[in-house]
Design a binder for this molecule. Structure first.
Ligand SMILES: Cc1ncc(C[n+]2csc(CCOP(=O)(O)OP(=O)(O)O)c2C)c(N)n1
Ligand code: SF4
Length: 281
């Protein structure tokens, strides 16, 4: 007789740790939406791993009653990739800040996306380094004045959605902490997606870069008839947009890395190392 599993509710995914973010921090909404997405998908908490780096946003695993891995600054994606490859049955989320993913960890995004490992990567973009008290990050706007750029940032801001598309991610979306229904839905879609799913979330830092009022005037839904199969069109929009478009930019079905690696396993097991090395003797 198959055991009937109890219906899971949000409380099954919430840990007993109280988030210690500042009041109004956008990351509260990302956490709530993650709980909601997992609940909507009825994923068993013991089959979910949330991997993070270092940063305010990277505290997320503490507040989830799933498995969690608070790793090193910038190393979110390689650790998440390892977890997924060792046990492809697990649902793996990689959740980190814009600094973690696009400064010190920037070398990992292209590989995770090109390989198409089934990881849901959520970038909590507050356009600042929150944890270290508000320095300029790779996504800070030009002219942004912080302790690290007292005369204003002179760099062009990186565009996470554009980069994810250019790197070959097969699911690319953007949400906003103030639009929680949409955000929970995008995270759930990302989890269901086979392959690398990237979701940029505009998640304001109320302490060092409170952009809620500005974002409220800038966000706009992608057009209803938006073609989510058009990578070039999505890249054109992401590189030229003056609004902050929300929704699913792009989605494509492509074999996932963990599946391809599995198919390769039998060759590895049949591999005769001695015979191979003898060829070079
Ligand atoms: C190897 C290493 N370099 C630098 C730091 C210092 N550091 C900790 S968090 C952080 C940046 C945080 O910004 P972000 O990743 O955007 O996350 P947020 O705090 O804004 O959520 C930095 C530079 C570190 N912990 N480890
Ligand atoms: S410093 Fe900013 S990012 Fe960090 S918890 Fe406070 S509001 Fe959130």
């Amino acid at each position: 007789m198959t055991e009937q599993l109890a219906q899971l509710t949000v409380k099954h995914y919430k840990s007993d740790q109280k988030p210690i973010w500042c009041p109004g921090c956008g990351d509260f909404a990302v956490l709530a939406c993650t709980h909601r997405a997992l609940t909507n998908l009825q994923l068993r908490p013991e089959n979910v791993v949330i991997v993070s780096g270092i940063g305010c946003s990277s505290r997320i695993p503490y507040f989830c009653k799933t498995y969690g891995f608070h790793t090193l600054h910038g190393r979110t994606l390689p650790v998440a990739t390892g977890v997924k490859l060792v046990n492809p049955d697990l649902t793996v989320l990689a959740m980190a800040g814009d600094g973690d993913l696009f400064s010190i960890g920037a070398g990992h995004m292209p590989h995770a996306a090109a390989r198409n490992v089934s990881i849901t990567c959520v970038c909590m973009n507050n356009q600042i380094y929150g944890l270290t008290k508000g320095q300029t990050s790779p996504t800070s706007v030009k002219g942004h004045t912080t302790k690290s750029t007292p005369y204003g940032s002179i760099s062009q801001p990186m565009k996470p959605v554009l980069l994810a598309l250019a790197y070959g991610a097969t699911f690319v979306a953007r949400g906003y902490s103030s639009k929680t229904h949409q955000l929970a839905d995008l995270i759930a879609q990302g989890i269901k997606h086979k392959g690398f799913a990237f979701i940029e979330v505009n998640s304001p830092c109320t302490e060092f870069n409170n952009t809620y009022d500005l974002l409220d005037t800038m966000v706009e839904e992608l057009p209803k008839d938006w073609d989510t199969r058009d990578r070039a069109g999505a890249m054109a929009l992401a590189s030229t947009e003056t609004k902050v478009h929300l929704g699913l930019f792009y989605k494509e079905e492509r074999p996932a890395y963990e599946e391809m690696a599995k198919a390769f396993e039998k060759n590895v097991n049949a591999f005769d190392a001695n015979a191979y090395l003898a060829r070079f003797a």
